[in-house]
Design a protein around this ligand. Structure first.
Ligand code: ARG
Length: 464
């Protein structure tokens, strides 16, 4: 804090008889975290000043001084020389005060037809818009990594699970493409959310709008907004867009977490399906043999943070009367951390995925256990004319018999199978193989290698 920062020297202190206590100043200040919005605050101020000039509210020279001052402030912030001060509450007052220092009277004209309420709402929207664009880029990168991996594994058979028990054979590519679908929906959700984020609050001023002949469309255009917030009260009080972003982020984090959970299981030697690259693992301080999947675990763990931020924002807004309330200052830390956590997790996960080694043999071996093709046998019998319910019962008996023998269904002799299913012929064994099972599921959404190849080609096209 610099020496001439007098606590009572606030833009609003005229009607007060005493300064805020030191504790209250610290309690109400947000500059320690909202200085992160500085770049957007300057952009918004420039657009606002240009509009004020265009409609004749400020002079040409005023605008020139404001532009010059804000350019210097931008440089000072980038170089770390900007004199941030808690005595000036937030990012908005800090920048405005410095502008007045640099530009004098023109700097004092900038806040005409504006309030910090529409100013902060604009800054946060610009911030969320940038976060969405970053996240969309990261999701695309992750989807590309998924497609590359899937491309190499359309014939790699693994057991598909339900209830975490061996269910039916699927290809590893098919399993990966399930995640591709999740991330596609995530990208769609973010793009949809972006439409509602990308509306300009400026012009709402404190809540009631402005008596000046402001041109909100011009400001919107300059800042790249698709339009303006239609109601000035809503413009300053709405934080739905931030909640929507966090909700989308929570879903993405949940998807990443599920994937990480699987990687963690698969790297356990009991599965041994994949090996993570050493650069993504850590060792133990006591157990020399350990190679732990910490990166995957951390991503799984960070899901809780993102969920927490979503709940924090929902709770922040739930009882606020219209319009702006200072509660809203509390939107920033959860939002910032949600963005940081999400973008970091997406970036790290893409790298982690690109570095995995797949153990085809271990996957196939696991698929050969647990009678994974029992459903195929039932379907084979249906093709021989048996009603499905009867076929199901017959195969259940055969499985029970195989269990008693300590062998797999696919290992039974034809004569043994025929005890339960007299319709079974020599061709039954083709239906009982993993490859046969996979190949037979050729419909849209099925796991047949040719179908998954086609799905990958189609998916690649959607990425552009
Ligand atoms: N720092 C405040 C926030 O984050 C800026 C708006 C303050 N407005 C006010 N009227 N006190 O929300």
């Amino acid at each position: 804090m610099s020496a001439n920062d007098k606590p009572h020297n606030k833009p609003w202190s005229g009607r007060f008889s005493e300064p805020a206590t030191e504790l209250v100043q610290r309690f109400t200040a947000s500059v320690s975290f909202d200085q992160r919005l500085a770049e957007y605050d300057i952009e918004g101020s420039l657009a606002h000043a240009r509009m004020l000039r265009a409609v004749g509210v400020i002079g040409k020279d005023d605008l020139a001084e404001i532009e010059k001052g804000l350019a210097q402030i931008r440089t000072e912030i980038q170089s770390g020389a900007f004199p941030w001060s808690e005595a000036h509450e937030d990012v908005h007052f800090n920048i405005e005060r410095r502008l007045i220092e640099l530009a004098g009277e023109p700097g004092k004209r900038l806040h005409t037809a504006r309030s910090r309420n529409d100013q902060v709402a604009t800054d946060v929207r610009l911030f969320v818009r940038a976060a969405i664009d970053d996240s969309l880029g990261l999701i695309k990168g992750l989807q590309r990594a998924l497609l590359d991996l899937a491309d190499a594994h359309t014939e790699t058979v693994m057991p598909g699970f339900t209830h975490m028990q061996v269910a039916q054979p699927v290809s590893f590519a098919h399993h990966l493409m399930a995640y591709f679908e999740m991330f596609s929906r995530d990208a769609q959700r973010l793009s949809d959310c972006r439409k509602r984020v990308n509306r300009l609050p400026l012009g709402a001023a404190a809540l009631a709008g402005s008596s000046f002949p402001i041109d909100r469309q011009a400001v919107a255009k300059e800042l790249g907004f698709d339009g303006v917030c239609e109601n000035s009260i809503d413009a300053v009080s709405d934080r739905d867009f931030a909640i929507e972003f966090c909700a989308s982020a929570a879903l993405i984090a949940m998807h990443l977490s599920r994937f990480c959970e699987e990687l963690i299981l698969w790297t356990n030697p009991r599965f041994g399906f994949v090996e993570l690259a050493d650069r993504f693992c850590t060792g133990s301080s006591i157990m020399p043999q350990k190679k732990n999947p910490d990166v995957a675990e951390l991503i799984r763990g960070k899901t809780g943070r993102v969920n927490g931020h979503l709940v924090a924002l929902l709770t922040l807004m739930k009882a606020q009367p219209l319009a702006y309330n200072r509660d809203n200052q509390e939107d920033k830390e959860p939002l910032f951390d949600a963005v940081d956590t999400l973008t970091m997790c997406l970036a790290v996960f893409s790298q982690l995925l690109s570095g995995i080694e797949v153990n085809r043999e271990a996957m196939a071996n696991a698929a050969r256990q647990g009678h994974a093709t029992a459903t195929d046998l039932a379907e084979y019998l249906v093709r021989k004319g048996m009603p499905f319910r009867e076929a199901h019962e017959a195969v259940s008996q055969a499985v029970r018999f195989a269990e008693g023998r300590g062998c797999e269904l696919a290992e039974l002799k034809l004569a043994e199978l025929q005890k339960f299913a007299p319709a079974a012929g020599k061709d039954v064994f083709a239906a009982l193989t993993l490859e046969g099972s996979l190949k037979s599921r050729t419909h849209i959404g099925g796991t047949a290698p040719a179908r998954v190849k086609a799905a990958i080609v189609k998916a690649r096209k959607t990425l552009g």
